[in-house]
Design a protein around this ligand. Structure first.
Ligand SMILES: [Ca+2]
Ligand SMILES: [Ca+2]
Length: 195
């Protein structure tokens, strides 16, 4: 008997190719993918299959209820929106969410890089660090930068530590290697360390 013949409703909303891609990337079982899909589509209004920024931020806050992700969720929205169409598709969401929760550290750091690379030009500059640090400080329960360290000073310190070839930009490789080798910077900069 064909798989899923009795579940034509489910198949109608999620085609086999999508299942295949999602199960390959996330290693989730079919039922889990379906459950996520149902949860995801409940948040999308109308006939739209993607989440806009507002819907995503609300949803993301529900997924991390113990943490203050108010500011961060907007950064995460940009990072999860891989094709840059200002919406999160189910595929973008599930691969990103599983990558940032259950995947090995390196994969988490790849998405963390996307969080910081606001203009999606494949490198991180000082201004981008400062913008995201505000969200990170909020996430870490610090209402503001510590008295003696301004965001600017923190950013300078981060640049000094991560920008190995001193071109004033941090590449993805520099970011991942740097954070892997520096537990303190990782605790300060990785938005997905506790999820
Ligand atoms: Ca998208
Ligand atoms: Ca950039």
């Amino acid at each position: 008997m064909g798989v899923g013949q009795s579940k034509s409703d489910d198949l109608a909303v999620l085609d086999e190719n999508t299942y295949e891609v999602l199960s390959r990337y996330t290693k989730l079982k079919r039922d889990d993918i379906l459950a996520w899909h149902e949860r995801f589509t409940q948040q999308c209004t109308g006939n739209l299959k993607t989440m806009n920024k507002e819907q995503f931020c609300k949803f993301y806050k529900e997924l991390r209820p113990q943490e203050n992700v108010d500011r961060l969720s907007e950064c995460v929205f940009r990072a999860f929106d891989l094709d840059g169409d200002h919406g999160i598709s189910f595929t973008e969401f599930l691969i990103a969410y599983i990558s940032t929760t259950e995947a090995p550290l390196e994969q988490k750091l790849r998405y963390a890089f996307n969080v910081y690379d606001i203009d999606k030009n494949s490198s991180i500059d000082r201004a981008e660090i400062i913008l995201v640090l505000r969200s990170m400080f909020e996430l870490l329960g610090m209402s503001d930068a510590p008295e003696k360290y301004s965001y600017e000073q923190c950013a300078d310190n981060i640049m000094k530590n991560l920008d190995s070839n001193s071109d004033e930009r941090i590449s993805k490789e520099e970011f991942i290697q740097g954070l892997k080798n520096d537990p303190f910077l990782q605790s300060l900069m990785n938005p997905f360390q506790h999820v």
